[in-house]
Write a protein that binds this ligand. Structure first.
Ligand code: HEM
Length: 490
């Protein structure tokens, strides 16, 4: 359901909504400007199915900080470097909450990581625990054998598929999912060759959860309707959550029976650490889901965009292949220091600039009323940072719509949250903690695919004609998934 269909549903409940929204519209002064809202539905009908693009259009007319009404909710959208900095740096503390989608179940509110309502003690302990156990330089180094093993399995599988059409997103998804499931539970959950059984069930449950979370939901805009679950999203999400947690339920049970664990320190996985920290089963389920959902689709989608751009830009691909061949040669990919590979890293940055996979970041929430750029952001307003618009701002980027890795060669711009014109991982307190893991996966998977294979499009299609249309969801995907025939390099 997109925003337009949502307005139809709203019309059915018109009289009731008229009653409940009257009190919300009164009294907030000095809001950022924006298009005039309609009674009751506000601006919902003007957003369409690409909110990143429609709000970028509005910002051209109304300025870098705009406000919109979705039912009784106020949405503030920042579309310039200065506006992003005002939110993510100057007012980071007061704007560091999240609005939890109705489909995600308020009852688990205290356990979420990505969706944590505010920077609570539990959220702080999750940031610390995941940094130490999963994302620190030491942790990433310790994961190198596992990552290499999953990568090798992916390449072996692709060898068997030579000459056949491969949907790249499925293969990369399975590889990342198993890498993560081994870090968490020391077990593969999905199988590259099994497109129907467990793999299929698990993938489709996760995808359905993603879909539910990104479907515009009437109860999010009219919270008083929350109890009714009119679109059935909450019920369906709970079904998917139960399906998914059944895959690790027995592992958790067995592991609890083993506590206190006799396993040696360096054999412990993330689940052992969670049990040592007395996590309940529900806390484990919710955290696992948060990590699977934040850590798979983002990387898969970025790889798909990068490959599409490299296919369309043959000269860039040749230059990149040359650099990788010279720097890596026959060295094992797990021993490579990618920081030396200037052109490769510039290609990754350029992909993240032109195709930021979380184009509006994950919406923030004002935990208190505050000011940004001399406008008032009232308590509980939802805040979107339009990274997509900032990444294409012609005042910052020359020729912004063209894929040009060279622009990053002579610049020190980085995505670590200090340069507000380039924030694909966000910035401030809620910035992506999985950045080191995501970048490592992007580098190793992309480099291996480039070094090992020539990529050909099905039916020898002309790469310049690859359909680059975007589809907005939990991540900004390619509407038409990329299909490739891999051929071993001579
Ligand atoms: C290309 C890869 C990735 C991109 C572009 C990306 C991007 C993002 C963005 C934009 C946010 C929101 C930041 C904000 O609100 O300011 C985020 C949050 C998050 N990401 Fe990532 N991410 C990636 C990979 C990963 C990986 C691999 C993991 C974990 C395995 C991960 C875990 C998380 C978590 C847990 C949060 C929520 C943090 C919080 O709310 O405190 N991400 N990510």
């Amino acid at each position: 359901m997109e925003y337009n269909s949502l307005s139809t549903l709203v019309l059915v409940f018109l009289p009731f909504l008229l009653f409940i929204t009257r009190k919300y519209y009164k009294g907030v002064k000095n809001l950022p400007p924006g298009p005039k809202p309609w009674p009751i539905i506000g601006n919902i009908h003007q957003i369409g199915h690409k909110p990143h693009a429609s709000t970028a259009m509005f910002s051209k007319e109304y300025g870098p900080l705009i406000s919109l009404r979705f039912g009784s909710k106020l949405i503030v959208v920042a579309s310039s470097r200065e506006a992003a900095m005002g939110i993510l740096k100057t007012q980071d503390r007061l704007l560091s909450g999240r609005s939890i989608a109705d489909s995600l179940h308020q009852s688990f509110m205290d356990f979420y990581f990505v969706w944590a309502n505010d920077c609570s003690d539990h959220w702080k302990s999750l940031r610390t625990l995941t940094r130490v156990e999963l994302f620190s330089t030491k942790a990433i180094e310790a994961q190198s054998n596992l990552r290499n093993e999953k990568l090798t399995q992916m390449l072996d599988y692709l060898d068997t598929m030579q000459g056949k059409v491969v949907k790249i997103e499925g293969v990369v998804f399975t590889t990342l999912f198993n890498t993560l499931s081994n870090l968490l539970f020391s077990k593969d959950f999905v199988d590259l060759k099994d497109e129907h059984g467990t793999s299929h069930a698990m993938k489709s449950a996760l995808l359905k959860l993603f879909q539910n979370a990104s479907t515009p939901c009437v109860s999010d805009f009219f919270p008083l309707l929350g109890g009714l679950d009119l679109q059935g999203l909450r019920k369906n999400s709970l079904t998917q959550l139960n399906k998914l947690s059944s895959f690790w339920e027995d592992i958790v049970k067995e592991r609890r029976a083993r506590i206190p664990s006799s396993s040696v320190n360096n054999e412990k996985d993330f689940l052992d650490r969670l049990l040592e920290n007395e996590f309940t089963n529900t806390q484990i389920d919710i955290l696992t889901l948060d990590l699977f959902s934040a850590g798979t689709d983002t990387v898969v989608t970025t790889i798909e965009w990068a490959m599409s751009e490299l296919l369309r830009n043959k000269e860039i691909m040749n230059k990149l292949h040359e650099e990788l061949k010279n720097e890596i040669g026959s060295t094992s990919i797990k021993k490579i220091d990618f920081s030396r590979m200037t052109y490769f890293n510039a290609c990754i940055k350029e992909t993240l600039r032109l195709h930021p996979v979380v184009p509006l970041l994950i919406p923030r929430r004002a935990i208190e009323t505050c000011d940004v750029m001399s406008y008032t952001i009232p308590k509980d307003a939802q805040i979107w940072i339009n990274v997509w618009a900032i990444s294409r701002d012609p005042q910052i980027w020359e020729d912004p719509h063209t894929f040009k890795p060279e622009r990053f060669i002579l610049s020190n711009l980085d995505f670590r949250g200090h340069d507000y014109e380039f924030i694909p991982f966000g910035a401030g307190r809620r910035m992506c903690p999985g950045l080191p893991s995501g970048i490592n996966s992007l580098q190793t998977i992309l480099a291996s695919l480039i070094l090992r294979y020539d990529w050909v499009l099905p039916n020898n299609e002309d790469p310049s004609k690859i359909d680059m249309t975007e589809k907005f969801g939990t991540t900004l995907q390619k509407e038409k998934p990329l299909e490739i025939i891999f051929k071993h390099k001579e």
